[in-house]
Design a protein around this ligand. Structure first.
Ligand SMILES: *Cc1c(COP(=O)(O)O)cnc(C)c1O
Length: 496
């Protein structure tokens, strides 16, 4: 399997090269040249194996330059004791047609762990495989969850340094503290006075700067990415959709071949794109339902036949990991829908850069339009959903997952579709304890950590250990900078 740049399909790399590099020099994302198909009998076989076995299956299809032994080690090392359940990504039934896929059972309590517990192992293996002697400087723009998950994954990993930039006013108290207390000799964390799109755009500029690349190279360094623009982030996310399908077969909820829907709380479009890959590999997924908060640029994209327009008000919401107006991974979907036409993708991305918008021609949009449905909900509806769900089902949702639950409810009412639906749950409610407490009508404390205790008392649930421990950890990073100075700061942190 070869990997092409979405902005230059003549660039053609192995998976190890694509993962080590992160982003293509032309600013494009690496994308497999085709989507491998599952064979008859594969799902049956996967039903009988565990999460590690399902990982091996997916990696075998996409990482064809890795040996079976290497892949087996990756699966074992990434998906082990750091997760608080042996199933890694369990499926919980909450209604007749409703199933919550819990993707937050890793060390930082957000679904980013599903990929970022794997990426450092993939990166180390890829550096060795490509004979890369230089140190990878991992530059991360985060809306909160990626930062901590990447820090946790890469801390003290040899031959890597990691630098994280997050929006000062765009993350929860718990998220901020999780990052500020990160241990490890190769890590740094810095706040910026902008939003996630500012951080992501700055990081992308640094990546496509030849001068910087040369300077770094002279010092035995190179830049790489742990954002979902890195293919190594995407590929582990395909696993859990296949795994969820198998778990539903095993639970007798569906028979092999039956359709399910998938509903995903979406920001950068990575998680739902992984579901699109699972569907096109051969998992029978009817609709991919894209759920947004008030930053509903993707809802409009799907409802308005491929018109993407980021010229709109940006909202800070209580589902901050979805406060995004430039969904990077949509670029991979456009590349696939256009049959790997990089000129077309360049046109769209140039138009996005200059006008803040683009329109996908009907003949291309028709290839994807029917796969997806989309909806959004505002903060008020998010809060009402959390309260209602707790009362009706006894299940406590976080703010992001609540957005998806509400959008699914609207979808079901509007269409009458009763296909069993997997709703991706992307964070532990304790990670957003203040928002969740106010959603269920409780007083919140000024001190973010006290809210963990308050939420635990109110719901009789225990806060995850890694969050409960935060109050005892030393704060290491407090710096905040102007967004215009990210480049200088990054170079300083790298020691250039
Ligand atoms: C990152 C994140 C999302 C958005 O996922 P994308 O892959 O960027 O679409 C949703 N919810 C939570 C809690 C997240 O951390």
């Amino acid at each position: 399997m070869r990997y092409l740049s979405t902005r230059n399909n003549k660039i053609d790399l192995t998976s190890a090269q694509a993962i080590a590099k992160g982003l293509s020099d032309d600013g494009g994302l690496f994308c497999p040249e085709s989507i491998p198909a599952m064979q008859a009998g594969d799902i049956e076989m996967l039903c009988k194996t565990d999460y590690q076995g399902r990982t091996q299956y997916v990696f075998d299809k996409f990482l064809t330059d890795f040996t079976a032994d290497e892949i087996a080690n990756l699966a074992k090392n990434a998906y082990g004791e750091k997760f608080d359940t042996k199933e890694i990504a369990p499926v919980v039934k909450t209604g007749d047609t409703e199933f919550i896929l819990e993707l937050f059972r890793g060390p930082t309590c957000a679904f980013k762990d599903m990929a970022l517990q794997m990426l450092p192992h993939l990166m180390t293996a890829s550096l060795a495989k490509t004979n890369e002697q230089r140190t990878a400087c991992i530059l991360v723009a985060t809306s909160g969850d990626t930062g901590k998950a990447a820090l946790e994954g890469f801390a003290d990993v040899p031959q890597t340094k990691i630098m994280v930039f997050y929006p000062e006013n765009g993350v929860s108290d718990v998220q901020k503290l999780q990052m500020a207390t990160q241990k490890g000799a190769n890590v740094s964390v810095c706040a910026i006075d902008g939003n996630f799109d500012d951080a992501q755009s700055a990081v992308k500029v640094i990546f496509s700067d030849d001068e910087i690349a040369k300077k770094l190279d002279a010092e035995g360094l190179f830049l790489s990415s742990a954002n979902s623009i890195n293919w190594g982030r995407l590929v582990p996310q395909i696993i859990y959709y296949i795994s969820a399908y198998c778990d539903m077969v095993n639970a007798g909820e569906i028979a092999i071949g039956d359709a399910i829907n998938v509903c995903v709380p979406t920001g950068n479009f990575g998680n739902i794109l992984a579901a699109y890959f699972a569907k096109n590999m051969g998992i029978n997924i009817g609709k991919l339902i894209c759920a947004s908060n008030s930053n509903n640029v993707l809802t409009d994209f799907f409802k308005k036949d491929g018109e993407y327009d980021k010229n709109r008000e940006f909202f800070l919401t209580n589902s901050p990991s979805m406060d995004i107006l430039i969904s990077s991974n949509l670029e991979r979907l456009l590349f696939i829908a256009s049959e790997y036409n990089s000129e077309f993708v360049c046109d769209m991305m140039n138009s996005l850069k200059t006008d803040g918008k683009y329109k996908v021609p009907a003949e291309i949009f028709s290839k994807i339009g029917t796969d997806f449905d989309a909806g959004f909900c505002d903060e008020k509806e998010t809060n009402a959903t959390i309260a209602e769900y707790l009362e009706k089902t006894g299940y406590l949702l976080d703010t992001h997952t609540a957005v998806a639950v509400k959008v699914y409810k609207d979808y079901k009412e509007a269409t009458g579709d009763t296909t069993k639906t997997v709703i991706a749950s992307t964070a532990s409610p304790f990670k957003f304890a203040d928002s969740v407490l106010s959603a269920i009508g409780e007083e919140i404390s000024e001190n973010g950590l006290e809210n963990l205790d308050l939420l635990a008392k109110r719901t009789n649930l225990a806060a995850p250990k890694s969050l409960a421990e935060l109050k005892d950890l030393e704060v290491r990073f407090t710096k905040s900078i102007k967004k215009e100075t990210i480049l200088d700061e990054a170079l300083t942190l790298i020691n250039l």
